[in-house]
Ligand binder design. Sequence first.
Ligand SMILES: [Zn+2]
Ligand SMILES: [Zn+2]
Length: 102
Amino acid sequence: MEKSKKQAGTCPLCLREEVETTVHHLTPKEMGGAFLTTAKLCIPCHKQIHALYTNEELALRLHTIPLLKDDPQIKKYLVWIKKQPSSKLLKVKKSKEKKKRR
Ligand SMILES: [Zn+2]
Ligand SMILES: [Zn+2]
């Protein structure tokens, strides 16, 4: 069984470069996609997809990158992620947010 191996590449969804990618089965393995197309997505995109959609939805209507890109919820996410520098994403920002006290 292949573990989700981390490697640097360009994410086909958000198009950010030099990001860590993991293998996503465009048709989930649970839905018979074990030998079908995979895509190397960056970690935030990958997590986002699985957070938004069930395996059924992915298999039925979001089984290609263009379909994913065309989804309204993904589109919203992509607008946001593109503004995020790739390296900053994984770090927790230490900012002045702690200032608010009650
Ligand atoms: Zn991505
Ligand atoms: Zn996946």
